[in-house]
Design a protein around this ligand. Structure first.
Ligand code: ADP
Length: 235
């Protein structure tokens, strides 16, 4: 395994993106950039960004592109993301965000876009039972609880049901996913970067499928002279 990768994970709410992105981030030694977690942290600490974001999030609406792009741009400047890569979770979510991401990354490109596929019936069931740590974002469920009641195993934070995991907000987010995020799937498919991955199975099974898909994409990218010329790598 060669460390480093520039990855996007797409998938409906409740498809398991959060859990799988943490695992991919450890496997490839890359930062996990989750816009939802960043926004929830801003809401919790009451920053101006958080105050602005809160009303959109509670209603299940998307935050305006400019706000999210500024936040992601700052995160990209912070650490190793430029050289080593990242796994993006919850971003991009609109075609405009995807186009702006390409500009932010230049001269590099995304290596692989993983489309985690799970039937809607299953995500609805998962979302109703989802619980999350307010401090580190680790996911649990009513059938996979922390060892001590509602205290996070990882950091000791409080484990709660997210305020936007109400039936109405979930429905709104799934509708928005169809309208705004699905066109990204066609965009990345046209670019030859999209890989469909079956998200139905145990977390370990799904991780194995994802890692196999990423390794195959990295091998292809490594042998593609066009991409080396574009990114300045491999010289
Ligand atoms: P989910 O995938 O369940 O919607 P997330 O944690 O990814 O959960 O996002 C929670 C909320 O944060 C979204 O409903 C939206 O309001 C906001 N958000 C996260 N990422 C973005 C983004 N890329 N663009 C706009 N809004 C976003």
């Amino acid at each position: 395994m060669i460390p480093g990768a520039r990855l996007i994970v797409l998938g409906k709410q409740g498809a398991g993106k959060g859990t799988q992105c943490v695992r991919l981030s450890r496997h490839y030694v890359i930062p996990h950039i989750a816009t939802g977690d960043m926004l929830r942290a801003a809401v919790k600490s009451g920053t101006p960004l958080g105050q602005e974001a809160r009303r959109y999030m509670d209603a299940g609406e998307l935050i305006p592109d400019e706000v999210v792009l500024r936040m992601v741009g700052e995160r990209f400047d912070q650490d190793v993301t430029r050289e080593r890569g990242f796994v993006l979770d919850g971003f991009p979510r609109t075609v405009n965000q995807a186009e702006r991401l390409d500009e932010l990354l230049e001269p590099h490109e995304i290596d692989c876009v993983l489309n985690l596929k799970v039937p809607t019936q299953l995500v609805l069931r998962r979302l109703a039972s989802r619980r999350v740590c307010v401090d580190c974002g680790t996911n649990y469920s009513t059938s996979d609880r922390p060892r001590v009641d509602w205290i996070c195993d990882v950091c000791g934070g409080e484990v709660i049901q997210r305020e936007d995991d109400t039936e109405a907000a979930i429905k709104r987010r799934l509708d928005l996913y169809e309208v705004q995020t699905k066109p990204l799937i066609s965009r990345y498919r046209r670019q030859g970067k999209l890989v469909d991955v079956n998200g139905n199975g145990s977390p370990d099974e799904v991780t194995d499928r994802l890692v196999r898909a990423v390794d195959a994409a990295k091998r292809t990218a490594f042998f593609d002279p066009r991409r080396h010329a574009a990114s300045g790598e491999g010289q």
